[in-house]
Design a protein around this ligand. Structure first.
Ligand code: NAD
Length: 559
């Protein structure tokens, strides 16, 4: 007799499991139960329809139940919600939402892929019909309708994570004035503050009113408009409010059925995506995964991992051996003309976990400076100073962010070290890259530090040097006029060899240039002449970014 597999949830993880199962087993009876009206829709594309970039709504419907029936012989039942799981009987209780009827459906294997629900913070007035979230096509339609009717033509987006940033851009493109309210002193908490701060100007430049370190205290209907009261005491008038304050795995069904939930709050699964019940699998945003960097349990609600987890559950159900190898949180987000990409753990996450880490910065153009159109690229590489293992990377820029983060994501997964990065042979021609790609350069700097060629200074020390330290600024006079470093001794690099006598030998020199490259050269000279010195990778550019981020942190914590 053929096996019946019931899949709960018909988006990334669920549909990937169902389609893969069919490809592996032509005889299986595969039923997909989805409480919403659509399966297989492009939920990552929703902001881009709101913006008008994806004009045709139909393009978001990647596959219909009819197509899935014809091509994969899947029994897809939309608007069918699973109410409970009877594990001893291996049955689910299903409610047909259209007919208003309930029925029981038996399974041999059950795949739970119900995803995650938007978190709605307990804000007074947040139950107003024009306070919305964005997880489904229906919610996207509601936002579009609210945009059309918005009086005034203003929106407040709460939360500046991935969805909040994408929505802020989308609503601007849709013609609204946007206020973006974020509780933390930075946007995109997955990134470190001195990298995320690069996005602030881009948002403001495009007309977004950015309120960091701010929460929404209350929302009140005032005629057609909504009055959004902020924790800062300010009040913003808006035609609609969208909450993008994170997601929580939909574990109620699993928990009620007695399945184990892990410490992160997701369904506990083993490497084959099997839950604590051998007949039940879980995949996607609902499942707890192992963080590839720390080995700790984690929630990583991203489409790529969800799709791969669904595929692995299908493999195992079909009798193949297949193991999920952990998540590293590789993600990228477009913010107007910029992109921010991350993989692995941030410096602040590693510091909070008490794990050893060191970092380097490479700032420069995305391709050869002499070829037209190069745009600035900011790359940060985080690594373990003990063995050189890559722990994370972040990049911000107009072009080439995805390429660098993808290379580093592969390097991280392969367990490569910063020394390995020195040897990577990457695509190069002037329109595309640099002879020494930023990824190679990050490897040179980090590996050089590990070899003891040039020790690294931390930006916090440069901002606030201790009594035994002196900041040595080796930029040109023209550069220093653009921005000085208080208390620093200024000796341009090209004069350094002749002016060594001016430098103290009883203090450690923290060397700063524009982005760290000339500081590196200066440190090699100084170290060979017996000076104690360290270089600030990222240089003055980093100092400025860090100072801006630090000012935001202290201003918002004191307000
Ligand atoms: P998120 O976790 O990325 O961001 C939520 C943000 O809301 C955080 O910055 C948080 O500090 C802030 N916040 C929380 N409570 C708040 C409050 N009361 N007031 C103000 N700010 C508050 O979550 P999200 O943006 O909702 O996205 C959900 C998930 O979807 C993410 O985990 C992300 O991985 C995924 N996603 C990824 C992409 C992408 O990779 N491009 C795009 C969309 C969504």
């Amino acid at each position: 007799m053929s096996m019946r597999i019931v899949v709960v949830g018909g988006v990334a993880a669920g549909m990937s499991a169902a389609c893969r199962l069919r490809r592996l087993d032509e005889d299986a009876d595969i039923v997909v139960l989805e409480r919403g009206p659509h399966v297989s829709f492009a939920n990552c594309g929703l902001p881009y329809h709101i913006s008008g970039t994806i004009r045709d709504r139909e393009r978001l419907l990647v596959a219909t139940p009819e197509l899935l029936a014809a091509r994969y012989a899947l029994d897809v039942r939309v608007e069918h919600e699973v109410q409970s799981i009877d594990r001893p009987a291996r049955e689910v209780l299903v409610r047909d939402l259209r007919a208003g009827k309930e029925y029981r459906l038996s399974y041999d294997r059950l795949v739970l892929a119900p995803g995650a629900a938007a978190v709605r913070p307990p804000i007074p007035g947040a139950d107003h019909p024009r306070v919305l979230t964005l997880r489904s096509l229906a919610e996207m339609d509601a936002i579009l309708a609210a945009v059309g009717a918005a009086t005034p033509q203003k929106a407040v987006v709460v939360g500046a994570g991935y969805i909040g940033l994408e929505l802020a851009e989308a609503l601007c493109f849709a013609g609204l004035e946007v206020t973006l309210v974020e509780a933390l002193p930075q946007v995109l908490p997955a990134a470190d503050p001195e990298m995320a701060v690069l996005l602030n100007h881009e948002l403001v430049r495009n007309g977004v009113d950015l309120c960091l370190g701010t929460k929404v205290a209350a929302i009140e209907a005032q005629g057609e408009a909504l009055a959004v009261r902020l924790s800062s005491g300010d009040e913003v008038e808006a035609g609609l409010v969208v909450l993008a304050t994170g997601v929580r795995p939909e574990v109620a069904l699993a928990r009620d059925a007695g399945l184990e939930v892990g410490p992160s709050g997701g369904i506990l699964v083993d490497g084959s995506m099997r839950t604590s019940d051998e007949a039940i699998f879980a995949a996607g945003d609902v499942a707890e995964v192992v963080d590839l960097v720390t080995g700790e349990p984690a929630l990583v609600p991203l489409a790529g991992p969800a799709s791969r987890q669904g595929r692995i559950a299908a493999d195992v159900i079909a009798g193949r051996s297949s193991t999920y190898r952990g998540s590293q949180g590789t993600a990228i987000c477009k913010v107007f003309e910029l992109a921010i990409g991350t993989t692995g753990r941030s410096e602040k996450a590693l510091a909070a976990a008490g794990l050893p880490h060191e970092k380097v910065y490479v700032f420069g153009g995305d391709h050869a400076s002499y070829y037209p159109g190069a745009s600035p690229l900011y790359l940060k590489l985080v690594f373990d100073p003990r063995d050189g293992r890559i722990l994370g990377a972040q990049a911000v820029g107009g072009r080439g962010v995805d390429k660098r983060i993808d290379v580093l994501a592969v390097a991280l997964r392969a367990g490569m070290t910063v020394e390995d990065l020195e040897h990577l042979e990457l695509c190069y021609a002037p329109p595309f890259g640099r002879v020494r790609d930023p990824v190679n350069l990050a490897g040179f700097v980090a590996a050089g530090a590990r070899r003891g060629d040039v020790a690294l200074a931390d930006v916090r020390e440069v901002a606030r040097p201790r009594p035994g330290q002196l900041v040595l600024d080796v930029r040109t006079c023209e550069e220093v006029v653009q921005g000085t470093i208080p208390g620093a001794l200024h000796v341009p690099l090209d004069e350094l060899r002749g002016r060594l006598g001016e430098l103290p030998r009883d203090r450690e020199l923290l060397v700063v240039c524009a982005v760290g490259q000339r500081g590196h050269v200066a440190c090699r000279l100084l170290a060979q002449r017996g000076f104690a010195c360290r270089n600030l990778s990222g240089g003055f550019a980093l100092l400025q970014l860090w100072t801006r981020a630090d000012r935001l942190r202290s201003e918002t914590s004191s307000s």
